[in-house]
Design a protein around this ligand. Structure first.
Ligand code: ZN
Length: 54
């Protein structure tokens, strides 16, 4: 599993992973990672990472 997927998903109390950009949930970090690849552009991901780092 790519390390990036761990940075880009938020694990909820229910055990689901949530897209940091739109709130879409997946059962695993990889599900959210795939969702990000399909539904969001790389520039959006970069901005989310910058926001998370600030
Ligand atoms: Zn999303």
């Amino acid at each position: 599993m790519p390390a990036m997927s761990n940075q880009l998903s938020v694990k909820s109390a229910e055990g689901h992973h949530t897209c940091p950009l739109c709130g879409e949930t997946g059962e695993s970090a990889n599900d959210v990672y795939v969702h990000l690849q399909l539904n969001h552009r790389k520039s959006e991901l970069s901005e989310a990472l910058v926001d998370a780092a600030e």
